[in-house]
Write a new protein. Structure first.
Length: 248
């Protein structure tokens, strides 16, 4: 019994409720069985066992079996616990970017947000596109060869396609490379204007300036991005971009 309690404690650490862990453990020793026997074996109230079994079914840890006129309840193999944990990890991975975007330093009307990992940064750029209005500007200084190398399908295709549909003032300064020259050649297709910087420009970030955000994305590992929401800083960067644009 003491060992059973350790197992139950471990199962609760894995995300099961205590009664769920108790009933599941009892079902492993019983095999296909009735609610009454599960209640007797686990020591959990029979009425409660019905609810617990249903919850375990939803988690993929139990199943119903029809034997003649009887409905029996059978545990799934314990390796299903690993699948359950994997799904939770996947769900957390999807949720983390949103949580990270809420984690910021705030004060004096300014916000600094930190993003880490490719998934979080893709979501960041998706949000940038979503919030832009037709009268807005979207200025970029980047090394597109390094940018596309991170995820060719997303950054060269999906991302560009999303922004090509936005009717905004989109100006881009790229470090010279074959990739940059290709973007320059087809700039009208993407509703953008491209200018080329010298190939020895020591730029290894993607700098984006919008009326709402200043984004600095590091184009090598670790993949991190800073988002600054501060009117003075955004305005200053916009002026600096326009000076560089006019001289390019």
């Amino acid at each position: 019994m003491r060992n059973d309690q350790k197992i139950i404690d471990s199962l609760t650490d894995f995300g099961l409720e205590k009664n769920e862990a108790t009933v599941y453990l009892a079902s492993l020793s019983l095999g296909p069985t009735t609610i009454l026997k599960l209640a007797n074996q686990s020591g959990v109230n029979r009425t409660t066992v019905y609810e617990i079994v249903e919850a375990l079914e939803h988690k993929g840890l139990m199943k119903k079996e029809i034997h003649g006129l009887k409905t029996l309840f059978s545990p799934e193999h314990p390796d299903r616990l690993e699948n359950t944990l994997s799904r939770k990890r996947e769900a957390l991975t999807k949720l983390l970017p949103e949580l990270e975007s809420k984690y910021h330093l705030k004060g004096s009307g300014s916000t600094i947000k930190y993003y880490e990992g490719l998934s979080a940064i893709k979501n960041l750029y998706g949000d940038l596109a979503h919030e832009l209005k037709p009268t807005d500007f979207y200025y970029v200084v980047s090394n597109t060869a390094e940018w596309e190398a991170i995820d060719d399908n997303y950054f060269r295709k999906e991302h560009v396609e999303i922004f090509s549909q936005k009717r905004v003032d989109r100006r881009v300064l790229f470090v010279d490379s074959p990739e940059a020259q290709a973007r320059k050649k087809y700039e009208r297709n993407f509703n953008e204007v491209v200018k080329i910087l010298p190939p020895d420009s020591n730029i290894h970030v993607d700098l984006c300036i919008t009326p709402y955000k200043l984004v600095i994305f590091q184009l090598h590992q670790p993949l991190v991005a800073l988002v600054i929401e501060n009117e003075t800083m955004i305005t200053t960067q916009k002026v600096m971009f326009e000076l560089l644009w006019d001289k390019s």
